[in-house]
Design a protein around this ligand. Structure first.
Ligand code: MTE
Ligand code: MO
Length: 472
């Protein structure tokens, strides 16, 4: 609407982050974002841009550059930048500091999807070669920058329903509570999303292949022990006598999420606050100095750089609890986020991470994983696109059994009994290999991504198919 008012940059600058009525510009348009801040996924982070242009920030947080987000912003449009302040139709844009300048270095073995923020998956080679993923090869999923935290100055705050708070330094956590050690796999809700894109249709989100999953041995303290110490009546709550329904976790950047109270308190649940990963202090990318580890649940709940735990009657209000990490029906292209429940325990999945032909035999390797501590009991393999099936061998590893339930992937291996010459029977040198797993609750994977398609591409756990050729 060209009749909207025009504002001088000097006036726009007055609407900075602390002004109480923050404005931003995008291109030559002016927006009053006052009402958006509370609903903004990244929280108050957006106030950094207030009083000036949002463009240099969105050049970094490129995730914003979608029609959907432009539409949201458009609702807050109040006018244009004054023509006297435009050069070539655009306001002169301020230089900003790179919020990622203090991010750690990462292994070049990770497959980087976005550099800023860092989203990088474990390679198929490294998935095949390790049952415990070495720290530097563990997939990284950051929504923002990596906060710079000094362990000496760090405190964790725990808040109860009545508003009572208790602070813990890292030393307190080490001194006061019994240490525990748990092996657990973390898997992003978006793992295998690219598979869904390839086999169904385009999905919205980072196009992870099979490597948004990794496994480590975590050391730290039990969440329930800390809650007891902070004065939360855990025994009573475990008998159902509590107003609390959720435990909320807040990270030190702006990230947050929550888990149901029964997951948090389950004596067999092994929910912990971890400071150690594979015998080393948590690497910065993975939450130094403290993160939540919620075994068997979507990794989005294992909040890194944990600075606050809130006992609450409701779910976290964070974007990642209420507006993401949910799944929908194949037809729901404009889903009602409030109606869907947040992903907590993960469904079963599996993947082929290595396929080769050696001495006429087909050799396959991969992983299978199910949420909720449900053990993998069988991995079925087909080398003819699902017509006939065989079983893979499940590999044992003691390091994977620390903790009260099966919190890790099961790695598997398959060697064909027939010679791959059989692959050539229809004048083709290739074969469609398929894998699917079954867990101890006899849950199995859906056959097609089409049947579970969701626009967000979450929980893409259909049978994994891979074309294997005799010359590969
Ligand atoms: N915690 C914070 N504070 N910030 C984040 O961006 N990402 C979440 C979760 N915890 C995230 C976080 C998501 S979506 C995933 S998949 C896991 O961390 C990834 O953990 P990793 O990077 O250690 O593999
Ligand atoms: Mo994730």
């Amino acid at each position: 609407d060209p009749t909207l008012p025009r504002f001088r940059l000097s006036d726009i600058r007055k609407h900075h982050g602390k002004s109480g009525s923050p404005w931003v510009t995008r291109g030559d348009k002016v927006y009053n974002i006052t009402d958006w801040v509370a609903a903004h996924p990244g929280g108050e982070v957006i106030l950094e841009a207030a009083g000036g242009s949002i463009d240099p920030y969105w050049d970094i947080f490129t995730i914003h550059k979608t029609a959907h987000i432009y539409e949201i912003l458009e609702q807050y449009r109040i006018g244009f930048v004054h023509s006297d302040d435009l050069v070539d139709g655009k306001p002169v844009v301020q230089e900003i500091e790179d919020p990622f300048q203090h991010d750690p270095l990462r292994s070049s073995r990770l497959r980087t999807i976005t550099a800023k923020p860092c989203n990088a998956e474990t390679s198929t080679d490294d998935l095949s070669n390790n049952s415990i993923t070495p720290n530097e090869l563990f997939y990284v999923r950051n929504h923002m920058w990596v906060p710079k935290i000094e362990e000496q100055k760090f405190t964790l705050e725990v808040e109860l329903l009545d508003g009572t708070t208790t602070q813990y330094t890292m030393q307190d956590l080490r001194d006061k509570f019994k240490p525990i050690k748990v092996s657990a796999t973390l898997q992003c809700a978006g793992n295998r999303r690219n598979d869904m894109t390839m086999h169904a249709q385009q999905t919205n989100g980072l196009q992870w292949k099979v490597g948004a999953i990794s496994t480590a041995v975590w050391e730290g303290v039990r969440l329930s022990d800390v809650l007891i110490d902070a004065g939360f009546p855990v025994q009573q709550a475990m008998q159902g006598h509590t107003e609390a329904n959720h435990i909320q976790f807040s990270g030190s950047e702006a990230y947050g999420a929550s888990i149901p109270i029964e997951s948090a308190l389950n004596p067999y649940g092994d929910v912990m606050l971890a400071h150690t990963m594979n015998g080393e202090p948590l690497p910065r990318d993975h939450g130094f100095p403290l993160r939540a580890i919620v075994p068997g649940h979507v990794a989005a709940r294992s909040v890194k750089w944990l600075k606050r735990i809130t006992v609450s009657d409701e779910e976290s209000h964070a974007q990642w609890q209420r507006r993401d990490y949910k799944s929908f029906g194949p037809n729901e292209t404009h889903p009602d986020w409030d109606k869907a429940s947040s992903i907590q325990e993960m469904p079963i999945t599996s993947a082929i991470t290595n396929a080769k032909v050696e001495d006429q035999k087909m050799l396959l390797e991969g992983y299978a994983y199910s949420g909720g501590g449900r053990k993998i009991v069988r991995v079925d393999v087909s080398t003819d696109n699902g017509d006939t099936w065989d079983q893979a061998a499940l590999l044992d590893d003691e390091m994977l059994s620390l903790g009260r339930k099966s919190w890790t992937w099961t790695r598997w291996r398959y060697k064909s009994t027939f010679n791959v010459a059989r692959l050539d029977k229809q004048d083709t040198a290739c074969s469609m290999v398929v894998v699917k797993a079954t867990d101890e609750a006899y849950n199995s994977q859906p056959e097609s991504h089409k049947s579970i398609y969701n626009a967000r591409g979450n929980l893409a756990n259909a049978w994994h198919r891979l074309k294997v050729c005799s010359d590969c």
